[in-house]
Each structure stands twice: as C-alpha cells, then as structure tokens.
Design a protein around this ligand. Structure first.
Ligand SMILES: *[C@@H]1O[C@H](CO)[C@@H](O)[C@H](O)[C@H]1NC(C)=O
Ligand SMILES: *[C@@H]1O[C@H](CO)[C@@H](O)[C@H](O)[C@H]1NC(C)=O
Ligand SMILES: *[C@@H]1O[C@H](CO)[C@@H](O)[C@H](O)[C@H]1NC(C)=O
Length: 601
C-alpha cells in the first residue's frame, strides 16, 4: 500500500526537477494542491533518493570495475598480469588460427572486446546513460519495423511513407521549378528524372497530407480580397486587372530594363516557408524571394527565372528555372529545400551549410521584368500540391506507346549482368507511379487523365524484359516483375513487391470496367510471390535478389534496411491477402533482426 504511491511520487518529483519550467507552469496555474503535496514529499524523497544513489554507485562501482574490461580495450585498471584471482587478466585470443587479439580472462570466463565482435559479427552496440546509469546496449540490427495498424487502404497512407522526406536526400540535386519534382544524381551527377524517386516524392507528400497537422496558410496577394503592399519604383508599373480568360483579378507588373529596380514586397515572415504562387513571366523576368539568416544577417536570394536551367548558384544567389513559358503556372516551393539545395550545390561539405529553419525569415519578394502574379501564399506545408506535381509529371512524361516512364541513365546492377542501357523501364517505377496516379484519380474525384495514364502504365508488365518490358519468368513458370529488367533476370524482391502494391492500388480504385487488367497482373504476381518468397530466406538474413541462382555466384544479402523493407512489405500484404505464409515468414524474418537463426540439422 505504501510502496506504490511512493514510487509514483518519486517519479513525479524527478520529472519536476528535470523539467521544472514546464512543470511549474502546469502545477502553479492548474493544480496547486498536487504541487504542494509534492513539495512536502520532496525533502523526504530526496533523502531516500540520495541514499539510493550512493548505495547504487557502490554496487555499480564493484560491477563496473569488473566489467569495463571488455568494453574498453585500453583500460588501465587491469594492466599488469598480477595473479590476483579476483581481477581480470590479459589473455591472447587466437581467432580461427589466423590472428591474435587481446582479450581478458576472469576465472573461467573470457571477455572478448566488443569492437572486435562488432566487426566480426556485424552487430551493433553503444554505451548509453539513462537516469545517470550507464549501460551497454547491444543490437543485432538497426532498422525499423512498421506494424500496420489497419488493413492497407489504397486511398490512404502509402506504406509508412509519411516518414519519408525524399527531397532532402543528398542524391536529390533539387526540386525543379519547371516540374516541381526531384531530380536524382544517384547514377549520373548532372541529374536526371528518376520515376521511382518522383513517385516516392509524390507518395510521401500524399501520405503526409493524411498524417500531418493542418497547414497554417497566409494569403498575401490574390488580386481579389487581398492586395499586397508592393513598393513600385517610378520606372515600373503594377496594376490589378481582370484576366478575362480566367475570369479572376490578377496583379500585372512591368519594371524598367534596369534590373536593379525591382518591385518589392517587404515582409518579416518566419516559420511558414512553403510558397505557392501563380505566375506568368515573360522572357528575362524573375521572381525573387529574399531569405535572411536572423543570426548572421546574411541574405540569400532565391531567384525563379525563365530558363530551363535546373539549378545554378553564384555566391548567395540561387537560381531555379521555371522553363520558357508564357502561360500561367503554379509554383509550389519549399523555400528551405531550395535554399539548402543551392548551398549544397555550391559546396563539397554538405553538413557545413545546414541552416535551421528557425533561423530564417523572408524579408522580401521581388519582381523583375514583366508578367503577372496571383495567389501569393506562404504556408507551413503544401503536401497535396506537391503530390499533384508528381502526378502531373507522370501524365506529361509517359511514353504513350509503351506506357513506360523510361529511365534516362545507364545502370549496371552487378558484374555478370548485362548493362541496362538508357531508356530501360522498372517495374518498381511503373508500380509506384501507378500508386500515385490511382490516388490522384481518387483524390481528384475521378479525373480521367490520371486513370488513363495509370492503365497505360500496365503495358510493360506484359512485355518480357528482353523485349523492353519488365516481365521475367522464373524457370518458365512464375511471372515476376523486374525492378531492374536485367539479362539474366535478377528477381529483386522489394521492387517486385512495390510493383504489386501499385497493381493492387489500381485494381482497387479503378471502376470495375477498367480494373480487370490490374487485377489479373496482381493475382499473377501474388501467386509468384507465394511460391518464390522463401527462396529469399537465407536462414539468418534475406537476400536482396536471386543473383546467386541466375548468375551462379554468392548470394547478395540484403542489408538490414532492405531486410526491414521486406518485412514491412510482407506485414502490409498480409493485411490484404489471406495467406498465412506472408505473416509467418515476416515473423521469422523479424526474428533474424534480433539474432535468431533457422535451425540447423
Ligand atoms: C490535405 O489536403 C486537403 C485537400 O485535399 C486539405 O484541405 C488539407 O488541408 C490538407 N492537409 C494537410 C495536412 O496537408
Ligand atoms: C532577354 O535578354 C537578352 C539579352 O539582354 C535579349 O537578347 C533577349 O532578347 C531578351 N529576351 C526577351 C524575351 O526579352
Ligand atoms: C487564384 O486562385 C483562385 C482560387 O483558387 C483561382 O480561381 C484563380 O484562377 C487563381 N489564379 C490564377 C492566375 O490561376
């Protein structure tokens, strides 16, 4: 009876002292009685607590002075091979008769340095301190498992992609201002559009739209209700006029040939740094956002200009080309991403140039040249806009004949495989694009262009990889969709399952009269998966592909994040497929992440 409440109070007290600012607010304003009760307990508990710590440290000291040896190889306490039976002694450890390392012996127990075990077994460990108590944490793997909370919904979050932030990855050169989608540098440094990456960008924003808090949004200029206080030099003009074609009021501007004289909107705007704006810029015109580092007072100029350049940088000027178009376009720009990509682009050392969002503010928006703007808005996020930018990219860039989004760079998966020449298709790219398009069709309330594009994207699933498609057949029997349509086939597991997910999404979302083909392909692939899944089980890890079978070489074991992807995919599939094998396999594979192994004979 006495013990339990006492324990709870002890915890509260601890929290109180640690987090005093927050707690004070809570207790003093809302709940004075509890606060005083705690104060009374405070002294007594502090005494008990202190004596506990003292006793604990004594115990800890005696444990640690014995154990620290296998953590720190250089521990001096243990030097000198005195025949003290209580303390550890140094001992040579002969590894497979190949080499010797230094270990410790204590009684009959031998302690091997963890730094050695780490390399030898590829296991992980670190010292960590909790509540003043240091301990060593050992882990067999490092990746995260996402247990689905509900049945997978093709209109819902895509896997766990709400946690993804595709555009900040180092291998993303920038998000182009002409298309609003990322450009990859993974396999070619000047940058190229990679359909899989674009799809993941779209799916992550779609998912974040469903999981993030509602965005804060402030409209600065929409021509109708809100007119910004633009500062117009005498040489320039700015008028709110009716765009008769769109039947909406817009802000039309023109500055002199002298580019120093910009029309300016001064502001002092922090934290919500995603800009959307409808713009129509004539040649040689620009829209510039001036960001300031609030600490250093250094200004950064994000210029959106009428060229095809992806990104260019000169000192603190970062240029993104919106293309050479004189039609209205909607720009959605995450200004932090644009700034960071610019700073990274100009420097080799990527970490040096990270400026936290909290240190930045917008001090002005400038217009030069001639054109018009409308709906200038700053928000905390614009996920749905960014999702649609991805969906539009797939509509615009599909090869209508093959239904493919071809990949414009060469790829050599591994020696032994024939090089994939520019223009290859990926089942994963097709599948994830279809997942984007199926969601766009549903979200837009049935916009036919998304459905048609998605349906057309199914074509390569029927075409053998040797003929430019993505289909490979295992032992003339099981039809597989290849992430990399190599010769010989590679059978990459995670890419295959991602493609199945796209097929499932479309089969579920398309109206029945259009869903047949996706359903057929999905069922065919699922049948293959059920029959081939355990080929990827290596008894303590999984393999990434089946190159050991098709090339007759060592297996290509999946590193833990790919292994975790396999598990996450199976857990997700087992919410939509009534097939125990998926779940039992996933559970066994989770066991591998905790060091379990398949039995041997
Ligand atoms: C998600 O999108 C809807 C429009 O479909 C929008 O109303 C909502 O504010 C968005 N929420 C977030 C968090 O992006
Ligand atoms: C842009 O500027 C260049 C150089 O000043 C000029 O030659 C070109 O005609 C201009 N283009 C337009 C569309 O105004
Ligand atoms: C600005 O937004 C309004 C409301 O969404 C829209 O009707 C109008 O067409 C937009 N302006 C432009 C130039 O696209």
């Amino acid at each position: 009876m006495f013990n339990k409440p006492c324990k709870i109070n002890l915890m509260n007290t601890l929290q109180f002292s640690k987090d005093s600012l927050q707690s004070q607010k809570l207790y003093s304003s809302k709940n004075p009685p509890l606060f005083f009760v705690m104060m009374r307990f405070n002294n007594k508990i502090a005494m008990v607590f202190l004596s506990c710590i003292v006793i604990f440290m004594i115990i800890l000291y005696s444990i640690c002075s014995r154990n620290s040896s296998y953590i720190s190889q250089n521990s001096n306490i243990l030097s000198g091979k005195t025949a003290d039976l209580q303390g550890p002694e140094e001992i040579d450890c002969d590894i497979n008769g190949e080499y010797i390392i230094g270990c410790r012996k204590e009684g009959e127990e031998v302690y091997v340095p963890f730094s050695f075990l780490h390399r030898y077994f590829e296991i992980y460990g670190k010292l960590a301190t909790y509540d003043g108590l240091e301990r060593f944490e050992w882990s067999h793997s490092y990746s995260r498992i996402y247990h689905p909370k509900a049945k997978y919904d093709p209109r819902g979050v895509y896997m766990y992609f709400e946690n993804y932030n595709v555009e900040v990855r180092d291998r993303v050169k920038c998000v182009t201002a002409s298309e609003g989608v990322p450009v990859s540098t993974q396999w070619e440094s000047q940058g190229y559009y990679y359909p899989t990456q674009i799809a993941q960008f779209g799916l992550s924003h779609y998912s974040k739209n469903l999981t993030d808090p509602e965005p804060r949004r402030k409209i600065f200029d929409d021509g109708d209700r809100e007119i910004a206080k633009w500062v117009v030099p005498t040489s320039a003009t700015l008028d709110v006029i009716l765009d008769t074609k769109l039947n909406t009021k817009i802000t039309k501007f023109k500055t002199s040939e002298n580019y120093n004289e910009a029309i300016q909107l001064k502001m002092d705007h922090v934290s919500d740094l995603v800009m959307t704006i409808d713009v129509k810029l004539n040649g040689n015109s620009s829209l510039t956002v001036v960001l300031q580092n609030r600490e250093t007072k250094i200004n950064y100029f994000l210029h959106y200009i009428t060229t095809d350049v992806l990104i260019a940088v000169q000192d603190n000027n970062i240029y993104h080309g919106i293309g050479i178009i004189s039609e209205w376009t909607k720009l959605t720009r995450d200004l932090i991403v644009d700034l960071q990509k610019g700073l990274n682009y100009a420097s080799k050392d990527k970490s040096k140039h990270k400026i936290p969002k909290s240190k930045l503010k917008i001090i002005s928006i400038n217009l030069r040249g001639s054109g018009a703007v409308d709906n200038l808005t700053l928000s905390s996020s614009e996920h749905i806009q960014q999702f649609y930018d991805a969906a539009e990219w797939f509509v615009k860039h599909q090869d209508s004949e093959t239904g493919g989004w071809s990949i414009p760079v060469k790829r050599k998966l591994a020696s032994g495989f024939v090089v994939l020449e520019k223009g290859w298709l990926s089942a994963m790219g097709q599948g994830q694009a279809i997942s984007v398009l199926a969601r766009a069709y549903a979200h837009s309330g049935g916009d036919q262009k998304y459905l048609n594009t998605a349906l057309n994207g199914l074509k390569p699933f029927r075409v053998q990889s040797s003929e430019g498609g993505v289909l490979a057949t295992f032992l003339n029997k099981y039809h597989w969709y290849e992430e990399y349509p190599t010769k010989p086939p590679s059978f990459v597991l995670n890419g295959f399952i991602f493609s199945l997910l796209g097929l499932y999404d479309l089969a579920s979302i398309a109206p029945v009269e259009f869903s047949e083909e996706a359903e057929f392909l999905y069922n065919q692939g699922m049948e293959t998966l059920k029959n081939m899944l355990t080929l990827f089980d290596m008894g303590s890890v999984t393999c990434y592909d089946l190159r050991h079978f098709t090339l007759g070489i060592a297996p290509n074991l999946a590193r833990w994040d790919y292994h975790a992807t396999h598990v996450n995919q199976l857990l997700l599939l087992s919410t939509i497929e009534d097939e125990p094998l998926l779940k039992t396999t996933a559970e066994r594979w989770i066991g591998y992440m905790n060091g379990k192994r398949a039995d041997h004979n």
